[in-house]
Design a protein around this ligand. Sequence first.
Ligand SMILES: Cc1cc2nc3c(=O)[nH]c(=O)nc-3n(C[C@H](O)[C@H](O)[C@H](O)COP(=O)(O)OP(=O)(O)OC[C@H]3O[C@@H](n4cnc5c(N)ncnc54)[C@H](O)[C@@H]3O)c2cc1C
Length: 481
Amino acid sequence: MISDAKTKFEGTALGAFRAGLRGEAYAPGEEGYDGARSAWNLAVHQEPALVVMAEDAADVLAAVRFARARGLGVGVMATGHGVGAACDGGVLINTSRMRGVSVDPGSRTARVEAGAKWSDVVPEIQKFGLAGLVGSTTDVGVVGYTMGGGFGWLGRRYGLNSGTMREAEVVTATGELIRASAHENADLFWGLKGGGGNFGIVTSLELDLYPLETVYGGNLFYGLERAREVLNLYREWAETLPDEMSTAVAFLNFPPIPELPEPLRGGSFVAVRGCYCGDSPEEGEDLLRPVREGLGEPVVDAFGVMPYAAMDSISMDPVDPIGACQSAEMLRDLTPEAVDALVEVAGAGSPLIMLEIRQLGGALSRVPGHLSPLGRGEARYSMNGVGAAFSPEMVRGVRAYLARLAEETRPHQTGETYVNFMEGDDASEERVRAAYPPEDWERLVALKDRYDGENLFRFNRNIAPSPARDGEAAPGAGRRG
Ligand SMILES: Cc1cc2nc3c(=O)[nH]c(=O)nc-3n(C[C@H](O)[C@H](O)[C@H](O)COP(=O)(O)OP(=O)(O)OC[C@H]3O[C@@H](n4cnc5c(N)ncnc54)[C@H](O)[C@@H]3O)c2cc1C
């Protein structure tokens, strides 16, 4: 037996399991365990009974069967950008070695393995002038992102990335590797398009791609003292835009780090950000003109024509691991009253690195027949606050501030949230439920009953099975700090 593991495995069974893997398995105290369980988000701490570094779908299958046979829950992590509930005492399947990407330019599709990040995919698809519906950073895992819907700077034109799924290979709670598509296990396929990975472990996905090599995007940074004026003009402007233009307005408190150019380093700003992905990037410049002319000289004008592969520069998300907490609400609209509330609470003295209000609409709200991880489509904007949190005190401080932000903007919210922008303490059952329209929620719970009635896959943004079949409560929040 492994003496210092909280859950003790019989030595022979663990040895046989290890011998059958292409990858490795680490128990607590073993060399390799800490690296394998660590998340990108340094505020997440998890103590799995075993971490499996999977090399392929067969390893994932073996790990699920091993856990199931011992009554242990299963968690999956590709990068650790979005841990909903810490995998304490379960079997954590780390897919970060499963990074394969293959592209079929003829059908304009890519097949990606469970651990591939967008940064693995983008160079391969751009060889053929094709683009996928990346989010704000290519550092997140494609599968995890897609399981929650996934939207970014191409969203208003092309929609959620979950809508581009053609087929998935999935390891189920019963320990089988099956395919899901519109023609095969169609009910499961529906649930994979935004159900937060609750129904199985996806070992690979096939996704549709779009021809796109160049966009017009960037940021206009203004001093924070101009926030009210900037937000009011932004809202009027945003309402006039075609779907080819996705935009956001963000309150930003930059750290004093040398990577940032001097006017931005250590400063507080409000930024109008956007990306035009229509046929001619120059049209994007025309569309931006009312903001440039209406607001006059910004502190920095960083808009321009850029390769699709450089789009990370629009959001400037951190790549190196950080400790962070975030929470999102959906705003009905960005009325002058909503702007006042936002400026009041986020205008000065906010501890957040970023409070971003993203414009929705366009193809994001046209999801007929699909699972909608953006709620009923009544929200015109999402509001996502992110704070740095490197200690339990910082976690508490950021959470308290996010709660205040939610409270003070309550009259402007639809009551919905977005499943991908929720993690840790924020990923309670109530919050996960708020990410879906009620009719989708009922269907999701029924699907969970059917595919994972014992809630094997519980270390996530959890959809628990029906209470009648649920032996234990949903795990609720992940452990922090
Ligand atoms: C800096 C930053 C920027 C972001 N920007 C955006 C954005 O622009 N748009 C957007 O929509 N989201 C965005 N997100 C949210 C992000 O897409 C989600 O947190 C997503 O779940 C991360 O997936 P991951 O695999 O990288 O993370 P992980 O923490 O490894 O996985 C997160 C969850 O995804 C599920 N999952 C992962 N792999 C699998 C699998 N193989 N099978 C089944 N389920 C799986 C599991 O539930 C897992 O707990 C951002 C997050 C961060 C931290």
